[in-house]
Write a protein that binds this ligand. Structure first.
Ligand code: NAD
Length: 494
């Protein structure tokens, strides 16, 4: 049994926790460990360590910071398979998906290695006679990162490489469901030469989150999770005077126009709908088929679904279990609700039988879904694809724009004009054109619109650097003796 505890000031916390939670292997349904749940005092000791470390780290040279980042990059790359195995054991996603998430996180570390360039300010000479103006960006202090279960390595890595590179110190609160990947990375930071106290981890649930949101030593909050909690975190954190970026839930639409390549669209629907068992904030969960291609598309998706092997993510399956039994049952209840509300259940994942007590649910396809059904209005976060049928591009666009979420979307078409119109008109933060999961590269910024993001800063890229720094503008005048200024006693040319 693994026993996970907090990581504060470069060491494991040895105090016996008052509360703890169970960690499960979702593929077997068995408890494999426990995780300590912190409280306000734990947060306080992590923030004290981060505050003490900040005094030095903010003055560490850009050369020193990039050396540590490059070393961390190498260590994560060398240990990618180990981190992936930790993720699969606690989250359930298949090993290749887990390794993929580490790769995407690494890209943010690589982006942060360019911090000397990213922190360059501006300079305007002679804005008035003898007066120069320049801008600099400075670190905030200790910052908090609160992450969801579905990407236990990648989501914290959207934030902490950039935060640390900018000179901040961090307190991470990982999901209590899969805390091991973050712990492993804490050790890699130490090995990379990061001073103790710059990277801290406090485990727990709402109690820890609440303590971080109001702690006066915490200067910013980066949160990723479901929309109700994201809204709460944004409102509470900003009320306490902190800058907050809170990324929430999603319902991503894929529009398939009649002129699209249906084989490509069907392949995309399978990967984007069922990869990581649909537990991705960029998963496609609603496909909008613009007639007359509805029947042909559904037939292609259905035939491909027959080939998806659902099972233990360490044993060569295509799709693993859901994260908990409770979540599996909640997702299954949406299939029931969809059927009752009039959707056609083309493939029913509840029919799947996998030996053992794992939290499995097979891939599910619902056709003839209408906008009022709960399978459409709600984020399901599981392997359930809904098909909506419409007659025109405008109807399809209206569906996407009317939805409460605006994280990602995709259009499949061979018409450049239609694609260009869509990218302009759609009210969603991340758009794919014949690309089903348009996750921006690390040097762009990741984030949605509407109820998918509270705050105005997206993650990583230049918005990430901006979020983790404060701007300062200096207006400077040095009196020059040779131009009639005060003679300060410097040697002068006659
Ligand atoms: P969640 O909202 O349940 O939990 C997220 C974090 O908040 C966890 O660390 C959790 O411990 C904490 N938390 C839970 N309940 C809380 C409460 N009442 N008060 C304070 N903190 C609380 O989300 P989850 O189930 O771990 O993750 C899945 C959700 O995350 C989905 O909605 C998914 O769309 C979303 N997500 C969004 C993005 C994005 O980029 N927009 C990325 C990944 C996941």
């Amino acid at each position: 049994m693994t026993q996970i505890t907090h990581w504060i000031n470069g060491a494991l916390d040895t105090k016996k926790p008052e509360r703890s939670g169970d960690i499960y292997n979702p593929a077997t349904g068995k408890v494999t460990g426990t995780v300590a749940f912190g409280n306000a005092a734990t947060v306080d000791s992590a923030v004290s360590a981060a505050t003490a470390a900040f005094a030095e780290w903010r003055h560490s040279s850009l050369t020193k910071r990039t050396q540590v980042l490059f070393a961390f990059r190498e260590l994560v790359a060398q240990n990618k398979e180990k981190i992936a195995a930790l993720i699969t054991a606690e989250h359930g996603k298949v090993l290749s998906d887990a390794a993929g998430e580490v790769t995407r996180g690494l890209e943010v570390v690589e982006f942060a290695c360019g911090i000397p360039h990213l922190l360059k300010g501006g300079f305007s000479e002679e804005v008035s006679t003898g007066v120069d103006v320049y801008s600099i960006r400075q670190a905030l202090g200790p910052v908090a990162i609160i992450s969801p279960f579905n990407f236990p390595a990648m989501v914290p890595m959207w934030f902490f490489p950039v935060a640390i590179a900018c000179g901040n110190t961090v307190v991470v609160k990982p999901s209590e469901k899969d805390p091991s990947a973050a712990m492993f990375m804490a050790q890699l930071w130490k090995e990379a030469g990061l001073p103790d106290g710059v990277f801290n981890i406090v485990h727990g649930d709402k109690e820890v989150v609440d303590a971080l949101l109001v702690h006066p030593g915490i200067k910013s909050i980066s949160f990723v999770g479901s929309t109700p909690i994201a809204r709460y975190v944004y409102e509470t954190g900003t009320k306490a005077g902190k800058r907050v970026q809170a990324l929430g839930g999603a319902k991503n639409h894929m529009i398939v126009l009649p002129d699209s390549d249906l084989e490509l669209a069907a392949d995309a629907a399978i990967n984007a709908g069922f990869g990581s068992a649909g537990e991705r904030c960029m998963a496609i969960s609603a496909i909008v088929a613009v007639e007359p291609i509805g029947n042909a598309l559904v037939a292609r998706i259905k035939s491909r679904m027959a080939n998806i092997v659902t099972g233990d993510g360490t044993k060569g399956s295509d799709m693993g279990p859901l994260v908990t039994a409770v979540h599996r049952d909640k997702v299954a209840s949406y299939i029931e609700a969809g059927a009752k509300e009039g959707a056609t259940v083309v493939v029913d994942g509840r029919d799947l039988k996998v030996d053992g007590d794992g939290f499995f649910l097979g891939p599910t396809l619902l056709d003839n879904v209408s906008p009022k059904m709960s399978v459409y209005t709600d984020e399901i976060f599981g392997p359930v694809l809904s098909i909506l049928r419409v007659n025109t591009y405008d109807e399809a666009l209206n569906l996407v724009n009317s939805h409460q979420y605006g994280n990602g979307t995709a259009i499949f078409t061979n018409d450049g004009g239609a694609a260009r119109r869509f990218q302009n008109e759609v009210e969603v933060g991340m758009v794919g054109i014949n690309v089903p999961i348009p996750v921006p590269m690390a040097y762009y910024s990741f984030g949605g619109w509407k109820n998918s993001l509270f705050g105005d800063s997206h993650a990583h890229g230049t918005e990430g650097v901006h979020f983790f720094t404060r701007g300062k503008v200096v207006t400077s005048r040095w009196l020059d003796p040779s131009h009639g200024g005060i003679n300060l006693g410097f040697p002068q040319n006659d």
